[in-house]
Design a protein around this ligand. Sequence first.
Ligand code: F6R
Length: 614
Amino acid sequence: MCGIVGYIGNREAYPIIINGLKRLEYRGYDSAGFVLNYPENFELVKTKGKVSELEEKAKASKLTANVGMGHTRWATHGEPNDCNSHPHMSNNGELVLVHNGIIENYESIKIKLKELGFTFQSDTDTEVLVNLVQYFQDKENANLCDAVRYALNEVVGAFAIAVMNNRNTDEIVVARLGSPLAIGIGEDEYFIASDASPFVEFTKDAIYLEDGEMACIRRGEKIDVRTIISNETVAPSVQELQFDLEQIEKGGYDHFMLKEIYEQPKSIHDTMRGRLLTDEGIIRMAGIWDHQERFNSAKRIIIVACGTSWHAGLVGEYLIEELARIPVEVEYASEFRYRNPIIKKNDIVIAISQSGETADTLAALKLAKEQGAFIYGICNVVGSSIARITDAGSYTHAGPEIGVASTKAFTAQLTILSLIALKLGKHNGNLSKARYHELCLELENIPKLVEETLKTNDAVVEIAKKFKDAENFLYLGRGYNFPTALEGALKLKEISYIHAEGYPAAEMKHGPIALIDENMPVVVIATKKGHYDKVVSNIQEIKSRKGKIIAIVTRGDSQVRELADYCIEIPDTAEEFTPIVASIPLQLLSYHIAVMRGANVDQPRNLAKSVTVE
Ligand code: F6R
């Protein structure tokens, strides 16, 4: 949450900062700001609202410096307004700071600084931090690097920060603990950003700071990386970026979300590529293979995740229990970390996270690691914090997901979980050779089926037109498609702001059925192989209460078609993989309804893509 971008080199910094902020806007869009560093003075512009509003405001400014930094905010402390926007300046006007994260003990520091005569304009923890740096700079007569280090050793919380001093236009100091920070290395220039997207067109070489590290970035010098606690020099490891500019642009689509929905045949294929080797009868996954013994002897797998990734985890539970017969528990990471869970040495804890930065998931994993569990990561962002702390893992290879509502990352997570379940089931002998082979063939065919399912778009648009003004939606499914129902409901509420609930279809009669009347649209996933007759009975129950039924059915279905008001047909596949296919029309439905309601699909209100605060 919150995006940071910075530049020091020979180019004009402003276009790099403003374009970088646009790419990082998925991390928060409550306010935006930038500062350029000219000898002896800062040009600082900030505003409530989006980066486009900042760009408008900046037209009146001098924009020629070649060092500067910017920020796009997801508000934590203090409402979104101009004053609480970043960058924040120190009392003496010499320091500016941008921050992603939360300083938990800022109140007590603020009180002490006030006693020393410091004053504060904003409600933010960030303004406290920049003044704490000033305090140490004055008190210790310290250079910027040392002053930042002293200040960071006083704070509790999470941060990625960048700091500049107007006495020196040749230096930016950055640091991280719990929030990501990447440094792009060009020829005689450096880029700073919360992820590498703002600088991918300038350089492919990047350093990802580790937790507890800071870097002094000086024009014309090698980067100086140190530990915050002990000031020890660290040799940074330079990584090559694995994506290019094209992947993070809209490519002719109106929204990133729509582009990402349409990318799914490819992203699912990419996730399987080199892993699912059907002809050879093997699934190659180094993360599992290298630790086969641990998986074979695991008494239990615990999956921790949040939001959409948690829904993927629920499908994973069905898959692994059915195909590999290993008990699985799926936990909200935010609950798991605080409820003193029982974790045993031969438990395997799998974290699922698109961003690899979700604070609660990261903390749940750390807890499991401390208690001796083997920890495994399923992440999309290469080099992310979760990917780095896990003992082993599998990347989803969905490519950058920019739309705040997760789509292609979800289906890629389901693909990885399917591969893991198949591989474990084959190895521990719970899956017969014939069934294993049959399922591998089905899985291999999924990208093609997703491609076909995308052709339901026109039919989905018609349904969206009918229900765009609904105030509530119910989503029902059973078995593998109960999590699909939860995910469909989440997609609709987060981007269209229509209240929606997902339920296991049979649970409806224990409460939600009271909501059903002629105004209630009910989306039911009723695939042929998934407790079909039972779901048909549930549909009858809705029909007799005059609910409007939108059914997702297997191609060629006639029974549900008789009952439902609207039907979307999806191609037939093994029930285990239907959540991947059935999710497609649900994603499209929420997308089209949100567009018709005039909502900002890629940047829904109050949300951010990467939830790095708890
Ligand atoms: C919903 C959505 C969120 C995320 C959740 C976890 O569309 O995107 O619910 O799934 O914030 O994020 P990651 O997967 O990055 O840990």
